[in-house]
Design a protein around this ligand. Structure first.
Ligand code: PRX
Length: 662
């Protein structure tokens, strides 16, 4: 957790862990084997980016038509692999079948419920994926889905969610996956913005032994979505669902009659592979646009390099993220499958039926690579060492962390209790917008330091700069930027070019501004210090404070609301809401829980405030701006270091401090 105290402690971190000597041989050979090789590769990439990325593109992707030029760049617009055609589903599936690997396991899936004979386990081969994505692509085509359309996917973690994504790619349609934890209004916003006419969903999703009624959420959303013509429903949980004739179709019946084969459509390199909605500092979530070839290359390359993936070496890769987030897109699907390493998917919660479920899975399936978020690691720590100790975790070789800064205590626990002291930890820094990893250790090359994401991936020109774009010396905090284009970079924000330019390309002209503060140490290693905008990472899930505020003010009792992040032991960042009530409403515990439920209904349970304070007024500057930094200090229980001379009404501050906590 990166509280100011947390930051102070990571800045004094001096422990260095070199890559274990025998790791490369256990992994079947190093992809990048030493710091010398890593530095040489990085230099080569920066000296000749077109040669570097062009070579990787030919090595990692299958091309129907070869590209004629590696890059056309006119900031902020990049066109990578110009003139080439490829297909993401072909790269993930068909080429392995064509190369004779059709019978190998691509997806190893474990369901959440545990029956008398243990949990349900399914193994899907590349051949199965080719057949199932063909059938579903044929079904979608029969419903009128065409190349260039956007299909919305709102499903649980079942193999069919991957089949759905890949079927869209096969057909040349873009997908927009909505996390199954989002509620109906969040679905409405995203489907409207994407202009989807078809939604793929499930009756429900298993979560900690209960059913999340996904189809009911879609039904509710569809009341405000007259353009949605078809909802395709996969049966998973067997819960009761209502069916709207003419609109709802049974997935199984629909695909059963479809032909087993449909060729992958050759797609232009720059064709949109998917939209993924993510939170920004203002307004509604934005649809980040990713390309077919550039994104596909970036994630296949980084998956191989960061995790040292090798086919035919018994590796089993498990990323615990939901496919509703970028981590699931990149390191459950599009980065892993091209590397021909089986990908494990677990359907449910880490503490069902017990707190050792993850370790049971690692042992049962001999997982070699495990990739999760610091918030999960902190929860495991809290649940106690006995849980991992009960299982044989000796198959593990590489551990990954993603989504938020990892505090050194959690890092060390992960290393010792899960990795047995023999697995390097790759702390991967990246974002929805970067497509894949941009700063991360490589397991056989980079000495690691708890809390640092270390060095950029070769070809990524990351730097810490001041507002004028000047690089800062070691030790100085500044803006994290990327100074040159990279293949996996976002291609835009759907339907809002100005927002694309303003958010990422205006603050430091000519450079991509990530929205995080960072510093480098003497070794050149990067330390992420946290967001510089009104985005918060709650349990590694990205939320805009503005979204939570607008959900709160939509409640009849609320006049004004200000939401800020606050330190939280498990979540890293929790949500604190300061709320002013209208006449007729009075503060009470009942109203607090009512407001929390209201936010869950508007956005999803992940956005529920951890603390609500009722206040007569919010602290504002004389020009009427809410003083968020001051609220952050109040929420964290700190004395504020902020200059309050611009505070409109000083008594607001003392009343805020006195106001009772949730
Ligand atoms: O603040 C950084 C944090 O997560 C943000 C990106 O969130 P999202 O687009 O949802 O993608 C999360 C998964 C890649 C970043 O701006 N973040 C992500 N990884 C790290 C991190 N902060 C510190 N260390 C990381 N390894």
């Amino acid at each position: 957790m990166t509280t100011p105290a947390g930051i102070a402690s990571i800045l004094q971190e001096h422990r260095v862990f070199p890559p274990p000597a025998d790791l490369a041989s256990r992994l079947g050979g190093a992809v990048v084997g030493s710091m010398e090789d890593l530095r040489a590769m990085h230099r080569r990439a920066l000296d000749d980016p077109e040669g570097f990325w062009g070579g990787l593109a030919r090595e990692h992707l299958h091309w129907f038509t070869p590209f004629s030029k590696v890059l056309e760049w006119s900031c902020p617009d990049a066109r990578w692999f110009v003139g080439g055609t490829t297909n993401a589903c072909f790269n993930c599936v068909d080429r392995h079948v064509e190369a004779g690997h059709g019978d190998e396991v691509a997806i190893l899936w474990e369901g959440e419920p545990v029956g008398a004979g243990g949990p349900e386990v399914r193994r899907l081969t590349y051949g199965d994926l080719q057949r199932e994505t063909s059938r579903l692509a044929n079904a979608l085509a029969s419903l009128g889905v065409r190349t260039g359309d956007v299909v919305t996917i709102y499903m649980g973690m079942v193999p069919e969610v991957v089949i759905a994504m890949l079927a869209c790619a096969r057909l040349g349609a873009a997908h927009s996956v909505i996390f199954g934890g989002f509620s109906a209004p969040a679905i409405v916003d995203r489907v409207n913005d994407a202009g989807s006419r078809v939604i793929l969903t499930c009756d429900g999703a298993w979560r900690r032994g209960s059913v999340v009624p996904l189809k009911a959420h879609v039904d509710e959303a569809c009341r405000s979505l007259p353009e949605v013509g078809q909802v395709i429903v996969l049966r998973r949980c067997g819960n009761e669902v209502s069916t709207t004739a003419g609109r709802d179709l049974d997935w199984h019946a629909l695909v059963a009659s479809q032909p087993d084969h449909r060729p992958c459509v050759p797609m232009d390199s720059e064709a949109t592979l998917f939209l993924l909605y993510t939170s920004g500092s203002t307004g509604k979530p934005k649809g980040i646009v990713h390309s077919t070839a550039g994104y596909g290359l970036h994630v296949a390359f980084t998956a191989r390099a960061t995790f040292n993936l090798r086919p035919d070496r018994g590796q089993v890769f498990w990323c615990t993220a939901d496919v509703g987030w970028i981590t699931g897109h990149s390191y459950v699907v599009y980065g892993i499958l091209p590397n021909r390493v089986p990908c494990l998917i677990y359907e449910g919660a880490p503490n069902f039926t017990r707190e050792d479920r993850f370790w049971e899975i690692v042992a049962r399936h001999r997982v070699t690579h495990f990739y999760t978020a610091p918030t999960a690691i902190r929860a495991f720590m809290k649940w106690g060492d006995a849980h991992p100790a009960r299982h044989d975790l000796s198959s593990l070789m590489v551990l990954g962390s993603v989504g938020e800064p990892i505090n050194p205590e959690a890092w060390m626990w992960y290393r010792e209790r899960i990795g047995g002291g023999r697995c390097p930890i790759v702390d991967t820094f990246w974002q929805t917008e970067t497509g894949g990893h941009v700063i991360t250790p490589l397991p056989c090359a980079t000495p690691t330091v708890p809390g640092s994401c270390t060095l950029p991936i070769p070809g990524i020109d990351a730097a810490v700069v001041d507002e004028s774009g000047r690089e800062l010396p070691p030790g100085r905090g500044g803006l994290l930027v990327i100074r040159r284009p990279w293949p996996g970079m976002l291609r835009g924000v759907r339907g809002d070019r100005q927002r694309f330019i303003d958010t990422y390309w205006s603050r430091v002209p000519g450079m991509y501004v990530a929205g995080d503060a960072a510093r480098r140490d003497e070794r050149g290693y990067f330390w992420i210090l946290g967001r510089i905008d009104d985005v918060i990472n709650v349990s590694g899930h990205r939320l805009g404070t503005a979204e939570v505020e607008s959900a709160l003010v939509a409640h009849e009792a609320v006049v004004e609301a200000a939401v800020v992040g606050m330190p939280h032991e498990i979540k890293g960042t929790g949500i604190a809401a300061f709320v002013t009530l209208g006449p007729g409403a009075s503060p009470s515990e009942a109203l607090k829980s009512n407001l929390r439920e209201h936010v869950a209904r508007e956005i999803g349970a992940i956005a529920k405030p951890d603390m609500i304070r009722f206040t007569g007024a919010l602290p504002k500057t004389r020009s009427g701006k809410i003083m968020r930094r001051l609220l952050r200090d109040v929420a964290a229980g700190r004395e504020s270091a902020q200059d309050v001379t611009t505070l409109e009404d000083f008594s607001v501050l003392s009343r805020l401090r006195e106001s009772e906590e949730a």
